[in-house]
Design a protein around this ligand. Structure first.
Ligand SMILES: C[S@@+](CC[C@H](N)C(=O)[O-])C[C@H]1O[C@@H](n2cnc3c(N)ncnc32)[C@H](O)[C@@H]1O
Length: 213
């Protein structure tokens, strides 16, 4: 599992702070319904919501991710329910979610998986639910390298010999994928310079959206 090793070696690989858009829009969420964090990682976003009193369902196939988030939840007495699973096998214990977080997941899924994810998100939300999504666009500096070095498996989608995937969306494409949702916030461009652990400084071509059903 790609992320088990990453998370075992580096604490807070994606930082401690939640994705900034959450601070601007969390007040629009219904506190009486849970939040679903798909691909919770080391928990920065799920913890943000749980510390504000939201119940959070946190899923990730990475055992290290789930153990990390569960340990913090137990230590702080936070209402986070974890599942070491992929979104395609996850069975929610609620009729719908107040909000769904999909941060940094789209770019590591094939188009087939993205389409399944879209179907699940539509089923798991109700009028008023918010979804937050970030991912890579074709403006990302790594796009040309993967195009050259990895096998093309779909539109702007590439796979290496180990089965790792990178899928990049074209400008505005994220809005077409979620065309049934209203746009609360939409940004595309080059993100800030950053590094993971003591890795090299780099930037990403990204999209960020907050959408409401
Ligand atoms: C780029 S990381 C982002 C982590 C976290 N969302 C954040 O923003 O800090 C993507 C995460 O998605 C998880 N993931 C990969 N495939 C998944 C799937 N099919 N279902 C749910 N999570 C998945 C990975 O294990 C990884 O933790």
């Amino acid at each position: 599992m790609e992320y088990d090793e990453t998370y075992s070696n580096i604490d807070n690989f994606f930082g401690v702070e939640p994705v900034p858009i959450l601070r601007n829009y969390y007040h629009m969420l219904n506190k009486y319904k849970p939040i679903l964090d798909i691909g919770v990682g080391q928990g920065r976003n799920a913890l943000f919501f749980a510390r504000k009193g939201f119940v959070v369902d946190a899923i990730d196939p990475s055992k290290v991710a789930i153990n990390t988030v569960s340990a913090i939840a137990v230590k702080e007495g936070l209402p986070i329910h974890t599942c070491q699973c992929s979104f395609d096998t996850f069975i929610p214990q609620t009729d719908f979610y107040s909000g769904i977080l999909i941060f940094g997941l789209i770019q590591i899924l094939s188009w087939e998986s993205i389409e399944l994810l879209l179907e699940k998100v539509k089923i798991w939300t109700k009028e008023g639910s918010l979804i937050f999504v970030t991912g890579f666009t074709t403006a990302d500096p790594s796009f040309s390298r993967y195009l050259r070095e990895w096998k093309t498996i779909g539109k702007n989608s590439f796979m290496d010999k180990q089965g790792n995937i990178r899928t990049y969306l074209e400008a505005g494409e994220i809005l077409n994928l979620f065309s049934e949702f209203n746009v609360i916030y939409h940004w595309e461009g080059m993100g800030p310079e950053h590094r993971h652990g003591d890795g090299p400084l780099h930037i990403h071509g990204k999209f960020e959206v907050a959408l409401q059903k």
